[in-house]
Design a binder for this molecule. Structure first.
Ligand code: SF4
Ligand code: SF4
Ligand code: SF4
Length: 197
C-alpha cells in the first residue's frame, strides 16, 4: 500500500514538473515574440524616418510607412523617386543592403514640386481634398479651394482628379510668395487713423 502511495506521489511530482516546464516554455516563446515584434517595429520606424513622407505611392505602396514595412521584410530599397539617391544611401546603411540606382520603373528623381490651384477656375468639387494624403488642401463644397504650401509634399495625387484641370505642379523654388507691405495711409483707413490720433 505504501509503495502504491509513493508511486502516486512520484507520478504527481513528474506531472507537476512537466506542467511547470511547459508553462515556462510558453512564457519564453511569448517573451521572444514580444521582443521580436518590438524590434521589428522599431526597425520599421527607423526606415520610415529615412523616407521623405511625400506619401505619393510611387514606390508601389500606399505610403511611406507601408513601404518601410516592406523594406523591413526584404523589399528593394531603391523604389522611392522623391527620396532620390540620398534616401537610397540612408536605407542601404540602415538595412545593410548594397547600394543600388533608383529603379526607373518607379519614376525619376525630380525637383520638389508644390501644387497650386488656379483659384478663379476652381468649381469647388472637393475631389482634390479627398485625393490629398496629407490634408494640404482647404476648401468646401462649391467654394474655392487652395493649397497650404507648407503642408504640400508635391505628391501630385490631386492633379488627375480635378475635373477642370485647374491644379498646377510647380517647382517649389519658383513659387513667388507675395510679400505683404504696409498700405499707404490713404482713403478711409487714413481718415480713421487721423481721427484716432
Ligand atoms: S515613393 Fe517614397 S515618398 Fe512616395 S510613398 Fe513611397 S516611400 Fe513615400
Ligand atoms: S496638395 Fe496635391 S500635391 Fe500637395 S500633397 Fe496634397 S495631393 Fe499632394
Ligand atoms: S478638384 Fe479642382 S475644381 Fe475640384 S475643388 Fe479641387 S481644385 Fe477645385
Amino acid at each position: 500500500m505504501l509503495l502504491l502511495i509513493d508511486q502516486v506521489f512520484i507520478q504527481l511530482g513528474i506531472a507537476f514538473v512537466g506542467a511547470l516546464l511547459f508553462w515556462r516554455l510558453l512564457l519564453n516563446i511569448y517573451v521572444l515574440l514580444v521582443t521580436q515584434t518590438a524590434r521589428q517595429k522599431s526597425f520599421i520606424d527607423k526606415i520610415n524616418r529615412c523616407l521623405p513622407q511625400t506619401q505619393c505611392g510611387q514606390c508601389g505602396y500606399e505610403g511611406c510607412r507601408p513601404y518601410a514595412k516592406a523594406i523591413a521584410n526584404g523589399d528593394a530599397i531603391n523604389r522611392c523617386p522623391p527620396g532620390g539617391n540620398e534616401t537610397i544611401l540612408k536605407l542601404a546603411q540602415l538595412a545593410n543592403e548594397p547600394l543600388a540606382r533608383l529603379d526607373p520603373a518607379h519614376g525619376n528623381i525630380a525637383p520638389l514640386l508644390v501644387a497650386v490651384i488656379r483659384e478663379d477656375e476652381c468649381i469647388g468639387c472637393t475631389k482634390c481634398i479627398v485625393a490629398c494624403p496629407v490634408d494640404a488642401i482647404i476648401g468646401g463644397p462649391k467654394l474655392m479651394h487652395t493649397v497650404i504650401e507648407s503642408e504640400c509634399t508635391g505628391c501630385d495625387l490631386c492633379v488627375d482628379p480635378c475635373p477642370v484641370d485647374c491644379i498646377d505642379m510647380i517647382n517649389s523654388t519658383d513659387k513667388s510668395i507675395p510679400t505683404w507691405t504696409l498700405p499707404t495711409t490713404s482713403g478711409a483707413l487714413a481718415t480713421q487713423l487721423e481721427a484716432g490720433s
